[in-house]
Design a protein around this ligand. Structure first.
Ligand SMILES: *[C@@H]1O[C@H](CO)[C@@H](O)[C@H](O)[C@H]1NC(C)=O
Ligand SMILES: *[C@@H]1O[C@H](CO)[C@@H](O)[C@H](O)[C@H]1NC(C)=O
Length: 352
């Protein structure tokens, strides 16, 4: 190995370490000790932010509580979407937030980046609409009477503001020295795909005004989809994600499908660089790699939540558990429903 090789290795290691922490701003969700992020000094004390995010924090202090809500939203949605998979998006109480599981360029990492970039755009946009911020409010550019004859309310969701904030705050982690590395390109692509999951599912919501619910006057506004919908869209993209590699295209570097027979991915698709591990076994050297021992599984399912796949062929245990159900519910005039509590026995299967 000559000097140049050594230097290159060092630089790559350096970038690997930097990149390994790239989603750690999600640690904001864990900061129960910090009350509201109300002054610039708090920004310095927030763990998980890189220096340039600390600067954004100071400049945009009033937005930071929304960013923190966004981090929580991302974690909750990830856990919901992955509840039946071997890797269930469990978080650690320390950094890195998801353990080392998503520090490699896998599909799971692609999902985490997309959902986090989307969640910040979503939470900030919500905060704008609710009137809690001085920097932004409703999107009033959509106004007047629509061709369909309804009245725009003048308070549409300001998704442009939320997206721009997400681009500056989330993407800044990739815009450092390693910008043309394949991992930075992957992260930036998936961040953008996450935000697109909101942008391409914006809808029109309306309210009727008039005597006893008649719709004499209808006012409408452009609204974001519910975040569950955004999670579903990104999960679908996860299932159909494209494995890519970095190539020189002209003078620039770009990510292209590893298998040239596959059609190229669009801006809305997720991309990944490395195949995922099987997530079957606990690995004490990899924080967050919990394995599937003790996980619940479904005996009749042939999918990944089924005992065969979830338990990686190790088999499972069956237990009878007592649950209490609401039953024989009766409606009482007026107006409440009274139910009995009925015990019921169900079988629960857990992986060996
Ligand atoms: C994920 O699975 C682990 C066991 O592998 C379990 O301890 C944990 O509670 C699960 N987390 C969630 C969020 O379901
Ligand atoms: C188990 O899987 C079957 C087949 O996919 C499904 O119909 C059933 O609802 C599942 N049961 C539970 C408890 O999720």
């Amino acid at each position: 190995m000559n000097a140049e090789h050594v230097l290159r290795c060092l630089l790559m290691l350096c970038f690997a370490l930097f990149s390994a922490n790239a989603s750690n701003w999600l640690y904001l969700a864990k900061l129960t000790s910090v009350g509201s992020i109300a002054n610039e000094e708090t920004c310095e004390r927030l763990r998980g932010l890189i220096q340039r995010q600390v600067q954004i924090c100071k400049r945009s202090i009033e937005v930071m509580d929304a960013v923190r809500r966004g981090a929580q939203l991302a974690i909750d949605e990830c856990q919901f979407q992955f509840r039946n998979r071997r890797w269930n998006c469990s978080t650690l109480e320390s950094m890195p937030v998801f353990g080392k599981v998503v520090t490699q360029g896998t599909r799971e990492a692609a999902f985490v980046y997309a959902i986090s970039a989307a969640s910040v755009a979503f939470a900030v946009t919500r905060a704008c609409s609710s009137g809690e911020l001085e920097k932004c409010g409703c999107d009033r550019t959509v106004h007047g009477v629509s061709p369909e004859g309804f009245q725009w309310s003048g308070c549409s969701d300001n998704i442009a503001y939320g997206v721009a904030f997400s681009q500056s705050f989330v993407d800044v982690r990739e815009r450092g020295k390693g910008q043309s590395s394949s991992r930075a390109l992957m992260n930036l692509h998936n961040n953008e795909a996450g935000r697109k999951a909101i942008l391409s599912h914006m809808r029109v919501e309306c309210k009727c005004h008039g005597v006893s619910g008649s719709c004499e006057v209808k006012t409408c506004w452009r609204a974001m989809p519910p975040f569950r919908k955004v999670g579903n869209v990104i999960k679908e993209k996860f299932d159909g994600a494209t494995e890519v590699e970095q190539r020189k295209v002209g003078t620039a570097k770009a990510l292209v499908p590893r298998n040239s027979q596959f059609k190229p991915h669009t801006d809305e698709d997720l991309v990944y660089l490395e195949p995922s591990p099987d997530f079957c076994d606990r690995d004490p050297r990899t924080p967050g790699m919990l394995g599937t021992v003790g996980r619940q599984c479904n005996r009749t399912s042939k999918a990944i939540d089924g005992c065969e796949l979830m338990c990686c062929g190790r088999g499972f245990q069956t237990e009878e558990v007592q649950l209490v159900d609401r039953c024989s519910c009766k409606f009482h005039w007026c107006c409440y429903v009274k139910c009995k509590q009925c015990p019921k026995t169900v079988e629960m299967h857990t992986c060996r």
